[in-house]
Design a protein around this ligand. Sequence first.
Ligand code: SAM
Length: 250
Amino acid sequence: MVRGKVYLVGAGPGDPKLLTLKAAELLAKADIVIYDRLVGSSILKLAPKMAKKIYVGKRSGKHEVPQDKINELLVKAAGEGRTIVRLKGGDPFLFGRGGEEAEALQENNIAFELVPGVTSAIATPEYAGIPLTHRDYASAVAVVTGHRAGDAGRPVKWDKLASAVDTIVVLMGMESIEAIVKKLIEGGMDPNRPVAVVEQGTTKNQRVFIAKLDNIVDEAKKNSVKPPAVIVIGEVAQLGRKLSWFKTAR
Ligand SMILES: C[S@@+](CC[C@H](N)C(=O)[O-])C[C@H]1O[C@@H](n2cnc3c(N)ncnc32)[C@H](O)[C@@H]1O
């Protein structure tokens, strides 16, 4: 049996024009596309009409397809098509579980390639005019998950982070933003530290809120901020007021 090759491809953060040329080329010849929730419909349209398209993201009110089922699906797809594109929001190796999928493919002797994508961790602050580093304000950056469950075995050390880096970028953090702020202040972070929240970054619905550590929760609540959103904690966040450049529909 001829087995197909699986491409673990980053779809970028939202603006379809941030898709890489390599991703577009692979999509154009895909037999099967397996995609997540944060992948835009205009990107999917780059795949042939005949290509089989399988959604494995969260549906409203329901849970996501469990990771082991996605892994099984990838292995099965390799027996059904020549070019399988596993399309993930942002970059596949940054909180995208791309590592686990690559391991499953490797264990089943299925050929795979990685295609990096523009990650929301960098691009959404950038679309909000926020550089993660700056010679005057930040020379160290941490990108962390704010997911409540975190990474079971590797919980984020918020108390240490509070003083270890200049800029903290939190993905999946909106649901636990209150707890995150509390832990950082307990860890010694200045409550006046600027914080930005970028909701639906790089899309026409992008909204940006800039406040201080001790009032960002109120600001987010007042404006009903919802995921997907990236939280940027650090002096660089206030540059968003000065360098804001992206015009949105809102
Ligand atoms: C499971 S992680 C996947 C991250 C992805 N692999 C990446 O590199 O961007 C999903 C989280 O990414 C962030 N995110 C993704 N797209 C976003 C966007 N357009 N605007 C703001 N945050 C976004 C949010 O924090 C969201 O909860």
